[in-house]
Design a protein. Structure first.
Length: 309
């Protein structure tokens, strides 16, 4: 079934940013309104750098960023529409958790102190504790409460489940689902945990070595790809279509391939449905190989069904 996305919450075009030996390279993204988008890739893929560019915390070297059709730097009111959870909480270490609303609420037109208090109680954040005395899980929950209490339309979350126990992860997952009951809401979250994608995401962006390896709807991604495993010789006709191909010295091979191209392989080849983990791993390996060889990153968006406005 063709997926039609009528609005765009986040748009980047030709985004580039170098930091030391790392670089985001020509990142073109379209994050659809009304969906949960997972930004996935291994540590060091560029997820945090990309998010900081989206939020205006880091200035790109080239390209542009638009949130709701405007550049963040040119629209001081954009913070009203965006809730953010980063790896570090945006609150002074000596503040008491329960006092934060009184300290920052004036920055937002729609700050909802009763909602903030309700969220702290729901998340079991000790309101009398200083921020620097909170555990990792409590700090993330406090950040969620701060992000939600001004009624944003877009949540941007950087590795929100990293370091959390299963109970805390489930609690935050439920909170995101509740937020998405409103069809005008959008979530963009980064992760290196593929189970987070399966639990939450509708739309996925695979990022590796500073490039977008794939972007599209998650269910269509699963429909489009299979994993092939077999013994050499590998059919050369299938090589251009195979992503992240690995051939061991023993002759055993494994790669990700579009379902329509599996006809290149004989009955001795094992062809399995691709899991999210398979897809992320093989796209990542292909991106690293392309970067090492100096090849431009291919646009794998054509493999999924087109997303149109």
């Amino acid at each position: 079934m063709e997926t039609t996305l009528t609005e765009t919450a986040v748009l980047t075009q030709g985004l580039q940013k170098s930091r030391g030996t790392f670089a985001l390279r020509e990142v073109d993204l379209r994050i659809p309104t009304g969906f949960v988008t997972g930004l996935v890739g291994p540590n060091g893929a560029g997820k945090t750098t990309l998010i900081k560019c989206l939020l205006g915390l880091v200035e790109p070297d080239a390209g542009c960023v638009n949130l709701f059709g405007t550049e963040p730097a040119a629209n001081v009111g954009i913070q009203e529409r965006v809730g953010v959870v980063l790896d570090r909480i945006t609150a002074a270490p000596e503040w008491r958790a329960g006092s934060i609303g009184r300290r920052i609420g004036g920055l937002y037109t729609h700050w909802d102190e009763p909602l903030f208090t309700e969220l702290l109680h729901r998340f079991e954040v000790p309101t009398g504790n200083r921020v620097d005395a909170l555990s990792r899980g409590q700090t993330v929950k406090l950040s969620f409460a701060m992000a939600l209490a001004h009624h944003p339309e877009l949540l941007i979350l950087d590795e929100p489940s990293s370091g959390l126990d299963p109970g805390a992860r489930r609690e935050l997952t439920d909170t995101i689902r509740e937020f998405m009951i409103d069809p005008s809401h959008t979530v963009l979250f980064s992760t290196h945990i593929t189970s987070d994608l399966d639990d939450l995401a509708d739309h996925v962006v695979v990022l590796n070595a500073g490039t977008v390896a794939y972007t599209g709807m998650l269910d269509e991604l699963h429909e489009q790809f299979a994993v092939v495993r077999g013994q050499a010789p590998f059919p050369e006709a299938a090589r251009p279509s195979t992503i992240g191909l690995r051939i061991e010295t023993s002759g055993r091979y494994e790669g990700l391939i579009r379902v329509e191209d599996t006809s290149w392989f004989g009955p001795e080849t094992v062809i399995d449905a691709a899991s999210t983990d398979d897809i992320v791993v093989h796209f990542g390996e292909q991106a690293r190989a392309d970067a090492a060889a100096g090849r431009p990153a291919p646009d794998h968006r054509q493999h999924g069904k087109e997303i149109r406005s």
